[in-house]
Ligand binder design. Structure first.
Ligand code: PHE
Length: 487
Protein backbone atom coordinates (compact mmCIF):
# COMPACT_ATOMS: atom_id res chain seq x y z
CA UNK A 1 0.00 0.00 0.00
CA UNK A 2 1.20 3.46 -0.85
CA UNK A 3 1.98 5.23 2.42
CA UNK A 4 0.53 8.65 2.90
CA UNK A 5 2.78 11.10 4.65
CA UNK A 6 1.94 14.11 6.77
CA UNK A 7 2.39 17.29 4.75
CA UNK A 8 4.73 18.82 7.23
CA UNK A 9 6.18 18.04 10.58
CA UNK A 10 3.85 20.63 12.03
CA UNK A 11 0.75 18.88 10.82
CA UNK A 12 1.85 15.65 12.44
CA UNK A 13 2.47 17.38 15.75
CA UNK A 14 -0.84 19.15 15.54
CA UNK A 15 -2.67 15.95 14.73
CA UNK A 16 -0.99 14.10 17.58
CA UNK A 17 -1.66 16.96 19.97
CA UNK A 18 -5.18 17.05 18.60
CA UNK A 19 -5.62 13.41 19.47
CA UNK A 20 -4.07 13.80 22.89
CA UNK A 21 -5.79 16.97 23.99
CA UNK A 22 -9.48 16.35 24.19
CA UNK A 23 -12.34 15.83 26.55
CA UNK A 24 -9.85 13.89 28.63
CA UNK A 25 -8.24 17.14 29.70
CA UNK A 26 -11.24 19.34 30.22
CA UNK A 27 -13.90 16.84 31.23
CA UNK A 28 -12.19 13.71 32.56
CA UNK A 29 -9.11 14.98 34.32
CA UNK A 30 -10.96 17.36 36.67
CA UNK A 31 -13.45 14.80 37.91
CA UNK A 32 -10.89 12.07 38.38
CA UNK A 33 -8.65 14.50 40.24
CA UNK A 34 -11.60 15.61 42.37
CA UNK A 35 -12.73 12.07 43.07
CA UNK A 36 -9.27 10.99 44.16
CA UNK A 37 -8.67 13.91 46.43
CA UNK A 38 -7.33 16.84 44.37
CA UNK A 39 -3.87 17.37 45.84
CA UNK A 40 -3.73 13.66 46.61
CA UNK A 41 -3.96 12.95 42.92
CA UNK A 42 -1.60 15.53 41.51
CA UNK A 43 1.67 13.92 42.64
CA UNK A 44 0.93 10.45 41.26
CA UNK A 45 -0.34 12.15 38.15
CA UNK A 46 2.91 13.96 37.46
CA UNK A 47 4.92 10.88 38.34
CA UNK A 48 2.80 8.92 35.89
CA UNK A 49 3.49 11.48 33.21
CA UNK A 50 7.26 11.24 33.63
CA UNK A 51 7.58 7.53 34.24
CA UNK A 52 5.00 6.24 31.79
CA UNK A 53 3.43 8.98 29.69
CA UNK A 54 6.45 10.31 27.89
CA UNK A 55 8.42 7.02 27.76
CA UNK A 56 5.47 5.16 26.24
CA UNK A 57 4.80 7.97 23.83
CA UNK A 58 8.37 7.63 22.61
CA UNK A 59 7.88 3.88 22.44
CA UNK A 60 4.71 4.12 20.38
CA UNK A 61 6.13 6.73 18.03
CA UNK A 62 9.27 4.67 17.60
CA UNK A 63 7.36 1.49 16.92
CA UNK A 64 4.96 3.11 14.48
CA UNK A 65 7.70 4.91 12.61
CA UNK A 66 10.10 2.00 12.49
CA UNK A 67 7.54 -0.48 11.20
CA UNK A 68 5.40 1.89 9.15
CA UNK A 69 2.29 0.01 10.20
CA UNK A 70 -0.79 0.53 12.36
CA UNK A 71 -0.77 -1.23 15.74
CA UNK A 72 -1.56 -4.87 14.87
CA UNK A 73 0.98 -5.21 12.06
CA UNK A 74 3.45 -3.01 13.92
CA UNK A 75 3.63 -5.55 16.73
CA UNK A 76 3.40 -8.50 14.38
CA UNK A 77 6.29 -7.31 12.29
CA UNK A 78 8.48 -7.10 15.38
CA UNK A 79 7.52 -10.52 16.76
CA UNK A 80 5.34 -13.23 15.36
CA UNK A 81 1.90 -13.56 16.97
CA UNK A 82 1.98 -10.21 18.69
CA UNK A 83 -0.70 -8.68 16.47
CA UNK A 84 -3.14 -9.68 19.19
CA UNK A 85 -1.81 -6.93 21.39
CA UNK A 86 -2.27 -4.39 18.63
CA UNK A 87 -5.85 -5.47 18.05
CA UNK A 88 -6.63 -5.36 21.74
CA UNK A 89 -5.30 -1.80 21.85
CA UNK A 90 -7.43 -0.82 18.88
CA UNK A 91 -10.55 -2.36 20.43
CA UNK A 92 -9.97 -0.71 23.78
CA UNK A 93 -9.98 2.53 21.83
CA UNK A 94 -13.18 1.44 20.15
CA UNK A 95 -14.75 0.69 23.53
CA UNK A 96 -13.87 4.20 24.61
CA UNK A 97 -15.00 6.11 21.55
CA UNK A 98 -18.47 4.61 22.04
CA UNK A 99 -19.09 6.72 25.13
CA UNK A 100 -16.66 9.48 24.23
CA UNK A 101 -19.07 10.45 21.47
CA UNK A 102 -21.86 10.64 24.03
CA UNK A 103 -19.99 13.26 26.03
CA UNK A 104 -19.64 15.14 22.76
CA UNK A 105 -23.38 14.91 22.36
CA UNK A 106 -23.80 16.51 25.78
CA UNK A 107 -21.48 19.29 24.66
CA UNK A 108 -23.57 19.72 21.50
CA UNK A 109 -26.67 20.24 23.58
CA UNK A 110 -24.91 22.62 25.91
CA UNK A 111 -23.71 24.60 22.94
CA UNK A 112 -27.34 25.31 22.11
CA UNK A 113 -28.26 25.92 25.74
CA UNK A 114 -25.59 28.60 25.79
CA UNK A 115 -27.58 30.95 23.57
CA UNK A 116 -30.01 31.64 26.37
CA UNK A 117 -27.97 30.28 29.26
CA UNK A 118 -30.85 27.84 29.65
CA UNK A 119 -29.19 26.06 32.55
CA UNK A 120 -30.24 28.92 34.84
CA UNK A 121 -28.83 29.55 38.28
CA UNK A 122 -28.83 26.00 39.55
CA UNK A 123 -26.48 24.34 37.08
CA UNK A 124 -26.35 21.14 39.07
CA UNK A 125 -30.07 20.62 39.19
CA UNK A 126 -30.32 21.46 35.52
CA UNK A 127 -27.69 18.95 34.46
CA UNK A 128 -28.81 15.96 36.50
CA UNK A 129 -32.55 16.45 36.66
CA UNK A 130 -33.55 18.38 33.59
CA UNK A 131 -30.91 17.55 31.01
CA UNK A 132 -30.12 13.94 31.86
CA UNK A 133 -33.31 13.23 33.79
CA UNK A 134 -31.16 10.84 35.78
CA UNK A 135 -32.91 7.86 37.34
CA UNK A 136 -32.19 6.35 40.76
CA UNK A 137 -29.90 3.59 39.61
CA UNK A 138 -28.32 1.94 36.57
CA UNK A 139 -31.08 -0.62 36.07
CA UNK A 140 -33.84 1.95 36.01
CA UNK A 141 -33.31 2.90 32.37
CA UNK A 142 -36.21 5.32 32.02
CA UNK A 143 -36.13 5.51 28.22
CA UNK A 144 -33.99 7.55 25.83
CA UNK A 145 -33.29 11.25 26.12
CA UNK A 146 -34.04 12.28 22.58
CA UNK A 147 -31.87 15.38 22.59
CA UNK A 148 -28.87 13.28 23.55
CA UNK A 149 -29.65 10.75 20.86
CA UNK A 150 -29.84 13.51 18.27
CA UNK A 151 -26.56 14.96 19.51
CA UNK A 152 -24.99 11.54 19.15
CA UNK A 153 -26.17 11.25 15.56
CA UNK A 154 -24.66 14.65 14.79
CA UNK A 155 -21.43 13.73 16.45
CA UNK A 156 -21.02 10.59 14.39
CA UNK A 157 -21.87 12.30 11.15
CA UNK A 158 -19.29 14.92 11.97
CA UNK A 159 -16.63 12.38 12.89
CA UNK A 160 -17.32 10.48 9.71
CA UNK A 161 -17.10 13.56 7.52
CA UNK A 162 -13.89 14.67 9.21
CA UNK A 163 -11.94 11.53 8.47
CA UNK A 164 -13.31 10.67 5.12
CA UNK A 165 -10.12 11.61 3.38
CA UNK A 166 -7.67 10.09 5.82
CA UNK A 167 -4.49 11.34 7.37
CA UNK A 168 -3.94 14.33 5.11
CA UNK A 169 -7.28 15.90 5.89
CA UNK A 170 -6.62 15.33 9.58
CA UNK A 171 -3.57 17.54 9.32
CA UNK A 172 -5.63 20.49 8.19
CA UNK A 173 -8.63 20.27 10.49
CA UNK A 174 -6.46 20.38 13.56
CA UNK A 175 -5.02 23.80 12.86
CA UNK A 176 -8.30 25.20 14.10
CA UNK A 177 -9.05 22.63 16.72
CA UNK A 178 -5.81 22.98 18.61
CA UNK A 179 -5.32 26.70 18.91
CA UNK A 180 -8.77 28.03 19.82
CA UNK A 181 -9.13 26.08 23.08
CA UNK A 182 -6.14 27.57 24.79
CA UNK A 183 -7.46 31.07 24.35
CA UNK A 184 -10.87 30.32 25.80
CA UNK A 185 -9.46 28.37 28.69
CA UNK A 186 -7.38 31.36 29.65
CA UNK A 187 -10.44 33.60 29.92
CA UNK A 188 -12.14 31.07 32.18
CA UNK A 189 -9.16 30.77 34.41
CA UNK A 190 -8.98 34.49 34.91
CA UNK A 191 -12.66 34.57 35.86
CA UNK A 192 -12.32 31.41 37.96
CA UNK A 193 -9.44 32.50 40.13
CA UNK A 194 -10.96 35.88 40.84
CA UNK A 195 -14.14 34.37 42.33
CA UNK A 196 -14.69 34.47 46.08
CA UNK A 197 -13.61 31.18 47.61
CA UNK A 198 -11.46 30.29 44.61
CA UNK A 199 -8.35 30.03 46.74
CA UNK A 200 -9.90 27.37 48.91
CA UNK A 201 -10.63 25.33 45.80
CA UNK A 202 -7.12 25.79 44.50
CA UNK A 203 -5.69 24.80 47.83
CA UNK A 204 -7.68 21.58 47.68
CA UNK A 205 -6.39 21.02 44.14
CA UNK A 206 -2.75 21.76 44.80
CA UNK A 207 -1.86 20.87 48.38
CA UNK A 208 -0.11 17.52 48.24
CA UNK A 209 -1.51 14.79 50.43
CA UNK A 210 1.24 12.32 51.12
CA UNK A 211 -0.96 9.89 53.00
CA UNK A 212 -2.92 9.20 49.83
CA UNK A 213 0.22 7.93 48.10
CA UNK A 214 -0.36 4.62 49.83
CA UNK A 215 -3.61 4.07 47.98
CA UNK A 216 -3.12 1.90 44.87
CA UNK A 217 -6.45 3.06 43.46
CA UNK A 218 -5.13 6.62 43.31
CA UNK A 219 -2.07 5.44 41.42
CA UNK A 220 -4.05 3.29 39.05
CA UNK A 221 -6.27 6.22 38.20
CA UNK A 222 -3.31 8.52 37.76
CA UNK A 223 -1.70 6.14 35.26
CA UNK A 224 -4.90 5.41 33.42
CA UNK A 225 -5.66 9.12 33.18
CA UNK A 226 -2.23 9.65 31.64
CA UNK A 227 -2.80 6.84 29.15
CA UNK A 228 -6.24 8.14 28.30
CA UNK A 229 -5.03 11.67 27.90
CA UNK A 230 -1.87 10.92 25.93
CA UNK A 231 -3.83 8.55 23.67
CA UNK A 232 -1.37 5.77 24.44
CA UNK A 233 -2.34 2.14 24.65
CA UNK A 234 -4.94 2.57 21.89
CA UNK A 235 -2.77 2.12 18.88
CA UNK A 236 -3.53 5.71 17.89
CA UNK A 237 -0.05 7.09 18.22
CA UNK A 238 1.46 4.03 16.57
CA UNK A 239 -0.82 4.50 13.59
CA UNK A 240 -0.16 8.23 13.38
CA UNK A 241 3.60 7.82 13.61
CA UNK A 242 3.56 5.18 10.90
CA UNK A 243 2.80 7.96 8.43
CA UNK A 244 5.71 10.17 9.47
CA UNK A 245 8.32 10.85 6.80
CA UNK A 246 11.53 8.84 7.16
CA UNK A 247 13.45 11.63 8.85
CA UNK A 248 11.40 12.78 11.81
CA UNK A 249 12.42 13.76 15.28
CA UNK A 250 10.66 11.41 17.66
CA UNK A 251 11.82 12.37 21.13
CA UNK A 252 11.26 16.04 20.59
CA UNK A 253 7.74 15.43 19.36
CA UNK A 254 6.96 13.21 22.32
CA UNK A 255 8.06 15.88 24.76
CA UNK A 256 6.16 18.66 23.02
CA UNK A 257 2.98 16.62 22.88
CA UNK A 258 3.27 15.31 26.43
CA UNK A 259 3.92 18.70 27.95
CA UNK A 260 1.23 20.46 25.95
CA UNK A 261 -1.26 17.83 27.02
CA UNK A 262 -0.40 17.89 30.69
CA UNK A 263 -0.36 21.67 30.65
CA UNK A 264 -3.87 21.76 29.24
CA UNK A 265 -5.20 19.37 31.89
CA UNK A 266 -3.59 21.40 34.57
CA UNK A 267 -5.21 24.59 33.30
CA UNK A 268 -8.59 22.88 33.04
CA UNK A 269 -8.10 21.83 36.65
CA UNK A 270 -7.48 25.41 37.74
CA UNK A 271 -10.72 26.57 36.14
CA UNK A 272 -12.75 23.74 37.65
CA UNK A 273 -11.29 23.77 41.14
CA UNK A 274 -11.51 27.52 41.56
CA UNK A 275 -15.20 27.21 40.71
CA UNK A 276 -15.57 24.36 43.18
CA UNK A 277 -14.06 26.66 45.80
CA UNK A 278 -16.61 29.30 44.90
CA UNK A 279 -19.50 26.83 45.06
CA UNK A 280 -18.24 25.54 48.40
CA UNK A 281 -18.27 29.05 49.79
CA UNK A 282 -21.77 29.72 48.50
CA UNK A 283 -23.13 26.49 49.92
CA UNK A 284 -21.13 26.73 53.13
CA UNK A 285 -19.65 23.25 52.75
CA UNK A 286 -16.06 21.97 52.42
CA UNK A 287 -14.72 21.77 48.86
CA UNK A 288 -14.82 17.98 48.85
CA UNK A 289 -18.57 17.97 49.51
CA UNK A 290 -19.76 20.39 46.85
CA UNK A 291 -20.96 17.74 44.42
CA UNK A 292 -20.64 13.98 44.07
CA UNK A 293 -17.70 13.74 41.73
CA UNK A 294 -18.40 11.96 38.50
CA UNK A 295 -18.61 12.44 34.76
CA UNK A 296 -21.08 15.31 35.30
CA UNK A 297 -18.62 17.62 37.02
CA UNK A 298 -17.55 19.65 34.00
CA UNK A 299 -21.15 20.22 32.98
CA UNK A 300 -21.90 21.79 36.33
CA UNK A 301 -18.77 23.82 36.96
CA UNK A 302 -18.17 25.39 33.54
CA UNK A 303 -21.75 26.67 33.17
CA UNK A 304 -21.31 28.15 36.65
CA UNK A 305 -18.25 30.10 35.49
CA UNK A 306 -20.11 31.20 32.38
CA UNK A 307 -22.96 32.53 34.54
CA UNK A 308 -20.45 34.57 36.46
CA UNK A 309 -18.68 36.23 33.56
CA UNK A 310 -19.14 39.99 33.57
CA UNK A 311 -20.36 40.32 29.97
CA UNK A 312 -21.06 38.43 26.74
CA UNK A 313 -22.03 35.32 28.66
CA UNK A 314 -23.89 33.56 25.84
CA UNK A 315 -20.97 34.26 23.53
CA UNK A 316 -18.47 32.72 25.92
CA UNK A 317 -20.82 29.85 26.58
CA UNK A 318 -21.05 29.08 22.89
CA UNK A 319 -17.32 29.46 22.45
CA UNK A 320 -16.58 27.18 25.35
CA UNK A 321 -18.80 24.35 24.17
CA UNK A 322 -17.61 24.84 20.65
CA UNK A 323 -14.13 24.44 22.04
CA UNK A 324 -15.08 21.22 23.82
CA UNK A 325 -16.45 19.94 20.54
CA UNK A 326 -13.41 20.90 18.53
CA UNK A 327 -11.17 19.37 21.16
CA UNK A 328 -13.21 16.22 21.20
CA UNK A 329 -13.57 15.78 17.48
CA UNK A 330 -9.91 15.26 16.64
CA UNK A 331 -9.55 12.85 19.54
CA UNK A 332 -12.61 10.93 18.48
CA UNK A 333 -11.57 10.68 14.87
CA UNK A 334 -8.08 9.62 15.82
CA UNK A 335 -9.63 6.61 17.53
CA UNK A 336 -11.64 5.75 14.47
CA UNK A 337 -8.62 6.43 12.28
CA UNK A 338 -6.44 4.02 14.28
CA UNK A 339 -9.05 1.36 13.77
CA UNK A 340 -9.52 2.04 10.09
CA UNK A 341 -5.79 2.16 9.39
CA UNK A 342 -5.45 -1.22 11.09
CA UNK A 343 -8.49 -2.47 9.20
CA UNK A 344 -7.18 -1.32 5.84
CA UNK A 345 -4.01 -3.29 6.33
CA UNK A 346 -6.15 -6.34 6.87
CA UNK A 347 -9.17 -6.21 4.60
CA UNK A 348 -8.24 -3.87 1.79
CA UNK A 349 -11.69 -2.31 1.99
CA UNK A 350 -12.10 1.21 0.63
CA UNK A 351 -11.55 3.73 3.38
CA UNK A 352 -14.99 5.40 3.28
CA UNK A 353 -16.77 2.07 3.59
CA UNK A 354 -14.64 0.97 6.49
CA UNK A 355 -15.03 4.28 8.29
CA UNK A 356 -18.75 4.11 7.83
CA UNK A 357 -18.95 0.62 9.28
CA UNK A 358 -16.82 1.57 12.26
CA UNK A 359 -18.86 4.68 12.95
CA UNK A 360 -22.11 2.77 12.76
CA UNK A 361 -20.80 -0.02 14.95
CA UNK A 362 -19.81 2.51 17.60
CA UNK A 363 -22.99 4.55 17.36
CA UNK A 364 -25.38 1.72 18.14
CA UNK A 365 -24.01 0.53 21.50
CA UNK A 366 -23.54 4.19 22.41
CA UNK A 367 -27.32 4.50 22.62
CA UNK A 368 -27.22 2.82 26.03
CA UNK A 369 -25.50 5.91 27.36
CA UNK A 370 -28.24 8.14 26.02
CA UNK A 371 -30.89 6.65 28.31
CA UNK A 372 -31.81 8.33 31.56
CA UNK A 373 -29.53 5.99 33.44
CA UNK A 374 -26.75 6.60 30.91
CA UNK A 375 -24.56 8.55 33.30
CA UNK A 376 -24.25 5.55 35.60
CA UNK A 377 -23.35 3.25 32.75
CA UNK A 378 -20.87 5.72 31.40
CA UNK A 379 -19.16 5.96 34.75
CA UNK A 380 -19.02 2.18 35.10
CA UNK A 381 -17.85 1.50 31.54
CA UNK A 382 -15.19 4.16 31.74
CA UNK A 383 -13.96 2.90 35.09
CA UNK A 384 -13.33 -0.62 33.90
CA UNK A 385 -12.14 -0.01 30.41
CA UNK A 386 -9.76 2.84 31.23
CA UNK A 387 -8.36 1.51 34.45
CA UNK A 388 -8.06 -2.11 33.51
CA UNK A 389 -8.18 -2.42 29.72
CA UNK A 390 -5.99 0.50 28.93
CA UNK A 391 -3.51 -0.02 31.72
CA UNK A 392 -3.21 -3.68 30.82
CA UNK A 393 -2.35 -2.84 27.21
CA UNK A 394 0.22 -0.28 28.39
CA UNK A 395 1.74 -2.81 30.76
CA UNK A 396 2.03 -5.51 28.13
CA UNK A 397 3.50 -3.02 25.66
CA UNK A 398 6.19 -2.15 28.17
CA UNK A 399 6.93 -5.79 28.88
CA UNK A 400 7.00 -6.58 25.17
CA UNK A 401 9.54 -3.92 24.37
CA UNK A 402 11.40 -4.23 27.66
CA UNK A 403 11.92 -7.97 27.65
CA UNK A 404 11.03 -9.53 24.33
CA UNK A 405 12.30 -7.00 21.91
CA UNK A 406 14.87 -5.40 24.16
CA UNK A 407 14.56 -1.68 24.78
CA UNK A 408 17.75 -1.08 22.80
CA UNK A 409 15.98 -1.77 19.54
CA UNK A 410 13.65 1.17 19.98
CA UNK A 411 16.04 3.39 21.90
CA UNK A 412 18.76 3.25 19.28
CA UNK A 413 16.28 3.70 16.51
CA UNK A 414 14.73 6.84 17.95
CA UNK A 415 18.08 8.24 19.01
CA UNK A 416 19.28 8.13 15.46
CA UNK A 417 16.41 10.33 14.41
CA UNK A 418 16.16 12.64 17.35
CA UNK A 419 17.98 15.70 18.50
CA UNK A 420 17.52 14.92 22.19
CA UNK A 421 18.86 11.44 22.90
CA UNK A 422 17.19 9.18 25.39
CA UNK A 423 19.50 7.29 27.72
CA UNK A 424 19.37 4.26 29.92
CA UNK A 425 16.77 5.98 32.10
CA UNK A 426 14.28 5.18 29.39
CA UNK A 427 15.12 1.48 29.54
CA UNK A 428 14.70 1.60 33.29
CA UNK A 429 11.22 3.08 32.96
CA UNK A 430 10.13 0.55 30.39
CA UNK A 431 11.64 -2.50 32.05
CA UNK A 432 11.29 -1.76 35.73
CA UNK A 433 9.24 1.22 36.79
CA UNK A 434 6.20 0.81 34.53
CA UNK A 435 5.80 -2.93 35.14
CA UNK A 436 6.29 -2.64 38.89
CA UNK A 437 3.93 0.28 39.47
CA UNK A 438 1.27 -1.07 37.16
CA UNK A 439 1.32 -4.62 38.46
CA UNK A 440 1.20 -3.37 42.05
CA UNK A 441 -1.60 -0.91 41.47
CA UNK A 442 -3.61 -3.23 39.23
CA UNK A 443 -3.34 -6.09 41.71
CA UNK A 444 -4.31 -4.13 44.79
CA UNK A 445 -7.02 -2.19 43.04
CA UNK A 446 -8.63 -5.40 41.88
CA UNK A 447 -8.59 -6.58 45.45
CA UNK A 448 -10.22 -3.36 46.66
CA UNK A 449 -12.73 -3.64 43.87
CA UNK A 450 -13.82 -7.05 45.04
CA UNK A 451 -14.02 -5.99 48.68
CA UNK A 452 -16.07 -2.87 48.15
CA UNK A 453 -18.13 -2.27 45.00
CA UNK A 454 -17.04 0.71 42.92
CA UNK A 455 -18.94 3.85 43.94
CA UNK A 456 -21.53 1.64 45.62
CA UNK A 457 -23.08 0.46 42.35
CA UNK A 458 -25.09 -2.79 42.40
CA UNK A 459 -22.97 -5.85 41.77
CA UNK A 460 -24.92 -6.78 38.65
CA UNK A 461 -24.13 -3.44 37.06
CA UNK A 462 -20.45 -3.79 37.84
CA UNK A 463 -20.48 -7.28 36.37
CA UNK A 464 -21.77 -5.75 33.15
CA UNK A 465 -18.94 -3.23 33.31
CA UNK A 466 -16.45 -6.07 33.52
CA UNK A 467 -18.28 -7.80 30.68
CA UNK A 468 -17.90 -4.67 28.55
CA UNK A 469 -14.17 -4.83 29.05
CA UNK A 470 -14.22 -8.58 28.40
CA UNK A 471 -16.05 -8.20 25.11
CA UNK A 472 -13.66 -5.52 23.93
CA UNK A 473 -10.60 -7.63 24.67
CA UNK A 474 -12.24 -10.69 23.19
CA UNK A 475 -12.94 -8.84 19.95
CA UNK A 476 -9.28 -7.87 19.85
CA UNK A 477 -8.22 -11.48 20.24
CA UNK A 478 -10.72 -12.79 17.70
CA UNK A 479 -9.54 -10.28 15.18
CA UNK A 480 -5.99 -11.51 15.65
CA UNK A 481 -7.05 -15.13 15.15
CA UNK A 482 -8.92 -14.34 11.97
CA UNK A 483 -5.78 -12.67 10.73
CA UNK A 484 -3.87 -15.90 11.14
CA UNK A 485 -6.27 -17.99 9.12
CA UNK A 486 -6.03 -15.64 6.21
CA UNK A 487 -2.27 -15.84 6.04
N1 PHE B 1 -6.65 11.66 24.47
C1 PHE B 1 -8.00 11.98 24.25
C2 PHE B 1 -8.52 12.88 25.31
O1 PHE B 1 -7.85 13.17 26.25
C3 PHE B 1 -8.88 10.77 24.22
C4 PHE B 1 -8.36 9.78 23.31
C5 PHE B 1 -7.95 8.61 23.81
C6 PHE B 1 -8.21 10.02 21.98
C7 PHE B 1 -7.40 7.69 23.00
C8 PHE B 1 -7.65 9.10 21.17
C9 PHE B 1 -7.25 7.95 21.69
O2 PHE B 1 -9.64 13.30 25.27
Amino acid sequence: MQREYWDTRVSFILAAIGSAIGLGNIWRFPYIAYRYGGGAFIIPYFIAMITAGIPLLILEFGLGHKTGHAAPLAFESMRKNWRYLGWCAVFVGFGIVIYYAVIMSWAFNYFFYSFKLSWGENTKDFFFNRFLGLTQGPFEFGGFKMLIVIGLVFTWVWIYLSIIKGVKSVGKVVYVTVVLPWIILLVFIIRGITLPGALEGLRYYLTPNFAALKDPMVWLNAYSQIFFSFSIGFGVMIAYASSLPPKSDIVNNAFIIGLADTGTSFLGGIAVFSTLGYLAKMQGVPVENVIASGPGLAFVTYPTIINLLPFARPLFGCLFFLMLLTLGIDSAFSLVEAFSMAGMEKWKLPRPVLNFLISLAAFIPGLIFTTRSGLFWLDIADHFISNYGLVLVGLIEAIFVGYLLGPKVIREYVNELSEIKIGKWWDAMIRVVIPLVLIWSLGFSLYTEIKSPYEGYPKGALALGVAYLGVVLLCGILMGIKGRREE
